[in-house]
Design a protein around this ligand. Structure first.
Ligand SMILES: [Zn+2]
Length: 329
């Protein structure tokens, strides 16, 4: 074991005590895509004790240019990302315990996941701000440090959050630029750099007991990399870290929610997965790829449904209701 981690134990500022801490700790990684898969791989290679990884997506061909732990076998099989991650991580370091949660993290389950696994840190591998505000509020409520990470095109941001300032202090309102990785793209190096900086914050926390305290931003086209102290941004009226009102934990799940790249998702009865026998292009035990009304649909065995190429929640709802009607006839 000492030989395996010899080079990082010899690294100044890390050492055996940090290695022992890393190897005995649990990390909750929310999202198993570009950031979550890369963070998971690095933590597994460096000897983390237990990784709890949440994701409900399947591996797609368009993931492979940046999500380097996955391969064509995963995308061809439409493997669940968490299953593919567990399989690859087990081949990389079989001593790492991996718990997979094939659910989307929402207001309904985040607190129970935190309470059940009691991670040392939570790591943001999501691709949307709605979930990040849920993470922000749940982590503050449960006194849980977490690492915010975001990337788009050639730009990325990382910040380790422990109490104050929190994400709502930095971004009081959800950014509404309308940009996502489908419209603006995402370069593989951006995702890997952001994931690497997130892991750097993990290692800093392991070694020092706190984050760096710096907000790091990158632009890997102009090659501008900045870190700055943002303590002054702390909002004395913040509803999360000052008033402890936790607005994200009070919202109800909307029926249909918008995702990246013009796709919408919701949950339907899991019976639909068993009753739908038409329109199937590909299927396995947990996943069906459908072509319905000239739209691609992902249907998962737990009832999660994603409709592609729809541009409003009303349009998505109409397609889903039509599909349910056809499954019943
Ligand atoms: Zn705050």
């Amino acid at each position: 074991m000492s030989e395996r981690f010899d080079r990082q134990i010899k690294s100044p500022g890390f050492g055996q005590a940090a290695q022992d801490k890393l190897s005995s700790s649990t990390f909750l990684i929310i999202g198993g895509g570009a950031l979550g898969s890369t963070v998971s791989e690095m933590l597994a290679r460096s000897g983390a004790g237990h990784l709890v990884i949440c994701d409900m997506d399947v591996v797609s061909l368009s993931n492979l240019h940046r999500q380097s732990l996955f391969d064509e076998a995963d995308s061809t099989a439409y493997s669940l990302k968490v299953d593919a991650l567990a399989s690859h991580i087990n081949r990389i370091n079989s001593n790492v315990k991996v718990t997979t949660i094939s659910e989307e993290v929402t207001v309904n389950n985040i607190e129970s996941i935190i309470e059940r696994y009691k991670p040392l840190l939570v790591i943001d591998g999501t691709d949307n701000f709605a979930t990040r505000y849920i993470i922000n509020d749940a982590c503050h409520k449960h006194n849980m440090p977490w690492i915010y990470g975001a990337c788009l095109n050639v730009n990325g941001t990382v910040y380790g959050i422990e109490n104050q300032p929190c994400l709502r202090c930095i971004l009081p309102n959800e950014p509404t630029t309308g940009q996502d990785c489908a419209t603006s793209g995402i370069m593989p190096q951006t995702a890997h750099l952001v994931a690497s900086i997130q892991v750097s914050e993990v290692m800093h926390y392991i070694s020092h007991g706190h984050f760096s305290g710096k907000l790091t931003t990158i632009d890997c086209e102009k090659m501008i990399f900045k870190s700055r102290n943002i303590d002054a941004i702390h909002n004395p009226a913040c509803p999360t870290c000052m008033n402890k009102d936790y607005p994200a934990l009070k919202q109800s799940l909307s029926f249909v929610t918008k995702m990246c790249r013009g796709k919408y998702q919701t949950h339907v009865s899991s019976n639909l997965f068993n009753t739908i026998n038409e329109y199937i292009i590909h299927q396995n035990e947990h996943f069906k790829l459908l072509s319905f009304r000239e739209r691609k649909i992902h249907l998962l065995s737990n009832g999660r449904i994603i409709v592609f190429n729809v541009y409003s929640s009303e349009e998505a709802t109409a397609v889903i209701e039509d599909l349910i009607k056809h499954a019943q006839t």
